[in-house]
Design a protein around this ligand. Structure first.
Ligand SMILES: *Cc1c(COP(=O)(O)O)cnc(C)c1O
Length: 402
């Protein structure tokens, strides 16, 4: 049987069965046509069955689907690395591919630790992260995430003293750097918008100060843009505004077509690995890194993103959201947060969201609320009337329940 994610299997309700999908719509076995208001975990930015993405993959599959990168290389991965190097800001030029965001996070953390070990700074063993952080479900990614929100089993292992969690406040950040800088190797952060931990937004000033402190104390700044990358915050990448040393991309990288991710390092990081010593090499190599189908999809996805001016589409989603939620409130709502293509209603209690998924389904929308949050991150190609329909369904729930 299938073991489904993040759910008690014993009493989970049956998932909706999808038999076809096109544009923003999912078609279910029982004849429903649902707007996918969460873009399949925020990845399907162009919608489903995009003819250009389909064609790119079909054309590559006719040559080969996959060859390993150990001792071999190929044109799709070369082109994608070149495109990312040109496209990403500054000297974020060194692309290490992997098959998922969690693995790409592991790679970034390994790079940060080894960066110092390669320079005989073996005391740099600590990582700084934020409260409410989510960086994936593998073990190190869990540790730097916030176990209050997600990874409850970690408590059984006891606190890892080498990982510090702080709130996103400048003063706390400064104090933490002062106190721990000799042992810190990196500060990892979902910049501007922390997604799975509850769509918390911090200021760009916080990130600017983080950059300054990292420079001052020689600590590596890592941006996990697995969720925020490719426009979700209304910026192409937050890294365009404040530049990290290592940038992690995933989710929308392939337009949601195939699981793939990339850890992109700047020259300073790469240079600490690049010498005659074999022990200074990065010892990592996911079997499916640089998968040719994933690279073909990613190249096409970026091409469409640029050509169709997606940033203006995302700004438009934000504008419509602000208009539709202006003056909307209810006692049970703690806060409504809107940034780029992400709209979140934080409720005062988790009880309130129960039943919303089925309510949305019966109204033609697929949604997946969690913790205390009802949110949408729609595909960027969504039309205004479809977007307004999602918002209307969200708003209707509050009217019905009160
Ligand atoms: C989803 C997510 C990950 C993990 O990516 P997977 O592909 O699910 O392993 C890591 N970081 C952030 C910010 C994410 O949103």
């Amino acid at each position: 049987m299938i073991w489904y994610p993040y759910i008690q299997m014993k009493n989970m309700k049956a998932p909706y069965k999808i038999i076809d999908a096109e544009g923003v719509y999912l078609h279910t076995e029982d004849g429903k046509k649902l707007i996918d208001s969460v873009s399949s975990w925020w990845s399907v930015i162009h919608g489903y069955k995009n003819p250009e993405l389909n064609a790119a993959i079909i054309s590559q599959v006719e040559k080969f689907s996959h060859v390993m990168l150990g001792g071999l290389t190929h044109s799709p991965v070369e082109k994608l690395a070149k495109k990312l190097s040109e496209w990403l800001p500054g000297d974020l030029n060194y692309c290490f591919f992997s098959d998922s965001g969690s693995v790409a996070v592991e790679v970034a953390l390994k790079m940060a630790l080894q960066f110092f070990i390669n320079q005989d700074e073996t005391q740099r063993v600590m990582t700084l992260a934020l409260e409410h952080a989510y960086h994936g479900d593998t073990f190190k990614a869990m540790e730097i995430g916030d176990d209050e929100d997600y990874h409850f089993i970690l408590k059984a292992l006891g606190k890892n003293e080498n990982i510090i969690h702080i709130p996103a406040e400048i003063e706390t950040l400064e104090k933490t750097f002062e106190k721990y800088h000799e042992k810190l190797n990196s500060f990892i952060i979902e910049p501007l918008l922390q997604c799975a931990g509850g769509f918390h937004i911090h200021s760009i000033e916080f990130l600017r100060r983080a950059r300054e402190l990292c420079d001052e104390y020689n600590v590596i700044l890592i941006f996990d843009e697995v969720a925020t990358g490719f426009g979700r915050t209304g910026n192409r990448f937050v890294a365009d505004i404040v530049q990290p040393d290592i940038l992690i991309l995933g989710k929308a990288l392939t337009g949601g077509y195939i699981g793939h991710a990339v850890t992109v390092a700047n020259k300073k990081i790469f240079d600490a690995f690049y010498d005659e010593n074999p022990e200074h090499a990065l010892m990592h190599g996911p079997t499916f890194m640089g998968n040719a189908l994933a690279c073909a999809a990613a190249l096409k996805s970026i091409e469409i993103f640029e050509r169709e001016n997606y940033i203006s589409k995302i700004k438009n989603i934000e504008r419509i959201a602000r208009r539709e939620f202006q003056n909307f409130s209810a006692d049970v709502i703690k806060e409504i947060r809107i940034l780029g293509g992400c709209i979140c209603i934080e409720c005062r209690n988790a009880e309130f969201i129960k039943g919303f998924q089925d309510f949305a389904y019966s109204n033609g929308v697929f949604n997946r609320p969690f913790l205390k949050y009802i949110y949408t991150m729609p595909p960027y190609i969504i039309k205004e009337e479809e977007l307004v329909k999602i918002f209307d369904v969200m708003k209707a729930w509050f009217k019905i329940k009160i």
